[in-house]
Write a protein that binds this ligand. Structure first.
Ligand code: HEM
Length: 485
């Protein structure tokens, strides 16, 4: 017995009895002075932190990123400094709409959030398994998410809200087509590609800027369930993706992804035939081919899910020298949103938690705040400029100036945007079987939706490709002659 560690209170006092509460006589009542019981109950009552407002259900693992190709012509980022260089990573996968206890095998976008612990600070690439998104103006993000969450009255998911919003937002068509395709229901996180989705930038040692799209190419192959297969899976296992990822890593079957980039010279953005900062569009590979950068392997499960995955805080604002943002309005909004969410969800000192703490030095003048659990800077100087050797800026990290022009205004984000060609191209790439699955998946998801909304949405499908609209209409048993007239 003496070889095992002594059980203590949170304050280190030895506990003599962890089985029986302190009572007046064997039948009770309890005594208020049982501070050990009070501490145990009070701590338990506070075990949950708020779940993420989106992407609440997730799984994560640690691993290694290794550079396999020299991209120093495009970026001075230290992480890409030499072929063979390795950087530790954390990857959290997730579904978007479901709560923390939701089933994994749901038709939904998969989150693909990577934290690279580089030697010049943390770089977070907080992406999805799709290259595009449902909206292109961040003003519409929370509206869109409301349609994916529970209805305020019924407390159930609402296909009516989803299709009402999508049919009134043609920019969603590209992502809707991906979501309801045969690739919309991955069998597990190991079998998805990852995308940074937004356009980011690289800056090289000469101070030249390039626009960049990040792609993680899955090395396990892409595998998806049909709706029927997924329904069976959910019936027996709500944690199918968590189980698959965790067990594979325990078995030593380490999943890996090849990181590639599309590179657009800065000046091309002015003349390229589509807005390269529009999150609803892809850049065709024929225009900007994939360039290999490195390999990311996941090889270690977290030891403690709450400490290492639930408390993990990913934020698109985490960039490092040599990697920058772009004017994409959605990305710009996300730069604010995530750190704000973390301050609320985990607390203002979330960056000092072990899983979020950079593996490189952190020297700030931030002090105090709730749950300041490190040394709080000790006795060091807490203002700048100062005469006492505190940390200072270094202009060698400055980004080259970005030319911006235009009158400040609320520009209609739908003006002049072609929302139909790329979804139509995607539809035309599908074989007949994949097209039929798309029709069936959409028809299934539209059950119970008022006909005027179904018809409005079919109007968009018809514009992408007449066969797309007709196929969905047939699957729904709808007469669309008035739409086609
Ligand atoms: C999670 C906001 C668009 C991918 C979140 C969270 C917020 C948020 C508040 C919860 C963060 C937390 O509590 O830890 C937004 C806003 C968006 C937006 C305001 C648009 C204006 C996107 C896009 C992508 C994306 C376009 C992918 C390309 C993710 C992922 C997570 C997430 C993967 C989960 C991160 C994790 O694993 O912890 N988002 N989001 N979001 N978002 Fe977004």
């Amino acid at each position: 017995m003496d070889e095992q560690e002594q059980l203590t209170t949170a304050h280190g006092a030895p506990i003599a009895d962890n089985q029986n509460s302190l009572t007046a006589g064997p039948r009770g009542p309890l005594l208020m002075q049982d501070y050990q019981l009070l501490e145990k109950m009070a701590t338990f009552n506070r075990e949950r932190v708020p779940e993420r407002v989106v992407h609440a259900k997730g799984s994560g693992a640690f691993g290694t990123f290794t550079v396999t190709n020299d991209v120093t012509a495009y970026t001075k980022a230290s992480i890409f400094g030499a072929v063979g260089k390795q950087t530790p990573v954390l990857l959290r996968f997730s579904t978007v709409a479901g709560e923390h206890g939701a089933a994994d095998a749901e038709r939904d976008v998969r989150g693909f959030a990577v934290k690279f612990y580089t030697d010049e600070g943390n770089w977070d690439l907080v992406g999805n398994n799709t290259p595009v998104f449902f909206v292109r103006d961040p003003y519409k993000f929370s509206d869109f998410i409301h349609t994916q969450k529970r209805d305020p009255k019924t407390n159930m998911r609402s296909p009516q809200a989803m299709w009402d919003f999508w049919s009134l937002s043609p920019e969603s068509l590209h992502q809707v087509t991906i979501l309801f395709s045969d690739r919309g229901l991955p069998i597990s996180y190991r079998f998805v590609h990852g995308f940074g989705s937004h356009t980011y930038s690289f800056i090289n040692a000469q101070g030249e800027r390039f626009w960049i799209k990040f792609h993680f190419r899955c090395q396990q192959g892409i595998k998806n369930w049909t709706n029927a297969e997924a329904a069976e899976v959910v019936g027996v296992d709500r944690e199918s993706s968590q189980r698959d990822l965790f067990d594979a890593i325990e078995r030593g079957e380490y999943p890996s992804w090849k990181l590639c980039v599309q590179v657009m010279p800065e000046a091309d953005a002015e003349t390229y035939h589509l807005n390269p900062f529009d999150l609803t569009k892809v850049w065709p590979h024929a225009d900007y081919p994939l360039i290999e950068v490195g390999t990311m392997e996941l090889n270690r499960n977290p030891e403690n899910y709450f400490a290492e995955i639930e408390q993990a805080a990913f934020e698109p604002s985490n960039i490092v020298p040599g990697i920058g943002f772009s004017p994409d309005k959605m990305l710009q909004a996300r730069i604010m949103s995530y750190a704000d969410a973390h301050r609320y969800r985990i607390g203002v000192n979330y960056a000092a938690l072990p899983v979020n703490k950079p593996h490189s030095p952190v020297n700030t003048y931030h002090r105090d705040g709730q749950m300041r659990f490190d040394g709080n800077g000790g006795g060091s100087v807490n203002y700048e400029p100062n005469s006492f050797g505190g940390p200072v800026q270094n202009e060698r990290y400055a980004e080259p100036a970005l030319k911006i022009s235009g009158d400040a205004d609320r520009y209609n984000h739908r003006d002049g945007n072609d929302d139909y060609t790329q979804p139509g191209n995607l539809f035309r790439l599908m074989n007949a079987d994949q097209q039929q699955q798309l029709f069936n998946n959409i028809a299934a998801a539209m059950q119970g939706v008022p006909e005027f909304i179904q018809l409005r949405q079919i109007g968009h499908f018809l514009k992408a490709d007449p066969a797309y609209g007709r196929g969905v209409a047939a699957a729904l048993g709808l007469d669309i002659s008035s739409l086609e007239a």
